[in-house]
Design a binder for this molecule. Structure first.
Ligand code: NAI
Ligand code: 13P
Length: 320
């Protein structure tokens, strides 16, 4: 199965580097200049500096060339996925589309697999998600991810074809659970960064991770996800990584909120839009998601961190 990676950001480049260890891989960039720069330097200097592109990795800005392969990994931010699917509708028709993004679409409340299903009903959708930093994958460090696909046979085939020397893939048919785990953990990571940034301590972070996980489960189970999916790599695993490492952009945004500093608006932080999408969805579903609500209020400048902590700590006492 030949593979192309659509989207030459940090994650798409890292996946392409790892997959290139197995054979030819094509990496598509939307900008011709970016593709040319990567071809010349044999490195993605703007998005993933310090990692050479293997010889088996070709770079193109031509979607026709990229879609000569049948399996396409879509590695663009969640809020840009629909635009990509619509802009290249013809070239993507009938392909196997593996979403690699983590988030909930702000305008619809849908996750990546659902957005693919809605915009490209002729495609075969799947999701690759779980705890992994692009720099770790590109450096060849060991990682384990979830490959979720509702079609069990296609999932097995993708697990075989996308597993690499340093990407160990576990299979699931629960796309709802996998996409919600990857999306919701980013919101909790922002909250964890904020408490650490404000100097509130690691005990507070552990409490937020645990109660945040309870929130993740509340929404995911109400939407039909399986509890074991949330307990796996795409949920608990990614929550553990993202809430504890400055390698995470979501966590770093939280740190800067806690410290009262600024943050580069051009950095991809999926949790910010997702927090808003999730808060809206929670209201519609009448679900109690207080940490998510506080993250939205913090991002909107409607609550200080002190006020947010007071609001969380003075909620009615209840059973765990
Ligand atoms: N960076 C990481 O360590 C990891 C990232 N991810 C996920 O991967 C997704 C992408 O993140 P990164 O690659 O890190 O972001 P990035 O900011 O490094 O790159 C995003 C890329 O998407 C491209 N893009 C944006 N809109 C586009 C459109 N409409 N059409 C075509 N290309 C478009 C941009 O040109 C850019 O190359 C996110 O959902 C993120 O959560 C998942 C695991 C690890
Ligand atoms: O999803 C990730 C790790 O699994 C990457 O996290 P950030 O998007 O917060 O950098």
């Amino acid at each position: 199965m030949s593979v192309s990676v659509i989207g030459a950001g940090a994650f798409g480049t890292a996946l392409a580097i790892s997959l290139a260890g197995r054979g030819p891989v094509c990496l598509w960039a939307r900008s011709k200049d970016h593709a040319k720069a990567m071809q010349a330097a044999r490195e993605n200097i703007s998005r993933l500096p310090g990692h050479a592109l293997p010889e088996t990795l070709s770079v193109t800005a031509d979607m026709g060339v990229a879609t000569e392969n049948h399996t396409l990994l879509l590695a663009v931010p969640m809020q840009n996925l629909r635009d990509l699917l619509i802009e290249h509708a013809g070239a993507l028709a009938g392909k196997t589309l593996v979403a690699c993004c983590k988030g909930i679409e702000l305008s619809t409340g849908l996750g990546p697999v659902e957005v693919i299903r809605q915009t490209r009903p002729d495609a075969r959708p799947a999701l690759l998600t779980g705890p992994s930093f692009a720099h770790d994958i590109a450096a060849g460090l060991p990682t384990a991810l979830t490959l979720a696909c509702a079609d069990a046979d296609l999932g097995k085939a993708l697990q075989q074809s996308l597993n690499t020397a340093n990407l160990r893939l576990y299979r699931s048919t629960d796309t709802t659970g996998a996409e919600l785990g990857g999306a919701l953990k980013n919101v909790i990571a922002i909250a964890c960064g904020a408490v650490i940034g404000a100097g509130l301590g690691e005990s507070a972070r552990a409490a937020l991770m645990t109660r945040g996980y309870a929130e993740m489960q509340r929404m995911a189970l109400a939407l039909g996800a399986r509890a074991e999916t949330l307990a796996g790599l795409s949920g608990f695993g990614d929550l553990a990584l993202t809430c504890t490492s400055e390698g995470s952009r979501n966590y770093r945004l939280g740190l800067s909120l806690g410290r009262g500093g600024g943050f580069d608006p051009d950095v991809t932080v999926e949790g910010a839009a997702t927090a808003r999408a999730v808060a809206t969805k929670a209201r519609q579903m009448q679900l109690d998601m207080p940490i998510t609500a506080c993250v939205v209020a913090l991002l909107d400048g409607k609550l200080t961190l002190d006020a947010a902590m007071t609001a969380l700590l003075t909620r009615p006492l209840k059973e765990e």
